[in-house]
Design a protein around this ligand. Sequence first.
Ligand code: 76R
Length: 275
Amino acid sequence: MSDSNVSPLVSREGWHVMHLFYQIDHSQWSLLGDDEKRAAKTRLTELVQEIRATKDTHLLTFAIATPKADIGFMLLTPDLQVATAYEKQLTLSLGPEILSPAYSYLSMTESSEYTTTSAQYAAETLIGEKGLTEGSAEFEQAMKEFEERMAHYLKHRLYPVLPDWPAICFYPMSKRRSGADNWYSLSYEARRELMSGHARVGRTYSGRILQLITGSTGLDEYEWGVTLLAKDTIDIKSIVYEMRFDEVSARYAEFGDFYIGMQLPLDELFRRVCL
Ligand code: 76R
C-alpha cells in the first residue's frame, strides 16, 4: 500500500474485517475487447497477490451461489486505512462499473467475554465435574493442556488464518433487545450460562465447521458477522438449524441475509462467473 503519509488506523486488539459482495455488470463487460478483458483480469489477479503479500493480511475469494451476488471477498487486515484502500481498488479492479457492490459488512475480530477462564475451568470442570484435587499431578496436567489449548484458540479468534474449505456462509446477526427478551439487560452470569449452552452445541461441529465471529457493534448494522466455513453444505444447514433450538438463538438472535459462497482460486472464479 502506497499512501504512507496517512497514519494507520490499527486497533490495539484484533484486525478489521470486510465482507464484500459484488454483482457483475455483464453489459459493461461485453463492451470490452478481448485485450481489455485480459488486462482487467490481470489487474485483479495482481491486486489479489499484492493484498495476500501484505503483512498480517488475508483475502478469501469466492463465487456466490444464487443471483444475490456474483463474487465475494473476505478481507482481514489490521489497518482500516489499508482495508479501505484495498476495498476501493478491488471494486475498480476490473474497470469502472463492472463490479457493483451488492452487500458489504464491516467488523473486527474479537475475543469473547464468555471464554472460559483458567479459574472457571479449574473450579467448575476439574474440581466440580471431574472431582480432581487442586494441586494433584492430574489436575496440573489438565490445567497445562487447557492453557495451551486456550492460548492457541484465543490467538485464532483475534488473528485467524482461515482454511480453504470450499463452502463459506456469511450472515450478520444481533442479540434481541425487546421487552422481556433483552439480552443486554441479563446479568453477566446469566449470559455466560446461556453462552456455555451455545458453545456446547457448537463444539459438536468441531472439524466440520470453522466459525469466525467478528464484532460489528458501532461499525455496521448488526452486532456480529458470522462466517462459517465447511467442507459440506449440510454442516452449515445443520448447525444453523440446531442453533435455532438453543436458547441463545431461539430467544435472542436476529439475523440478516444469508450468503453462501464457494472458495475458488481466481482463474476458476473468473470462469465460474463467466468473465
Ligand atoms: O470462547 C469461544 O469462542 C468458544 C465458545 C463460543 C463463544 C463465546 C462459541 C462457540 N461461540 C461464541 C460466541 Mn458461536 N456461533 C454463532 C452462530 O445461527 C445462529 O444461531 C448463531 C450463529 C453459530 C453458527 C456459531 C457457531 N457465537 C458467539 C457469538 C458472540 C456472542 C456474544 O458475545 O454475545 C455469536 C454472535 C455467535 C454466533 N459457536 C461456537 C459456533 C461454534 C461452531 C462454536 C464452537 C467453536 C469451537 O469450539 O471450535
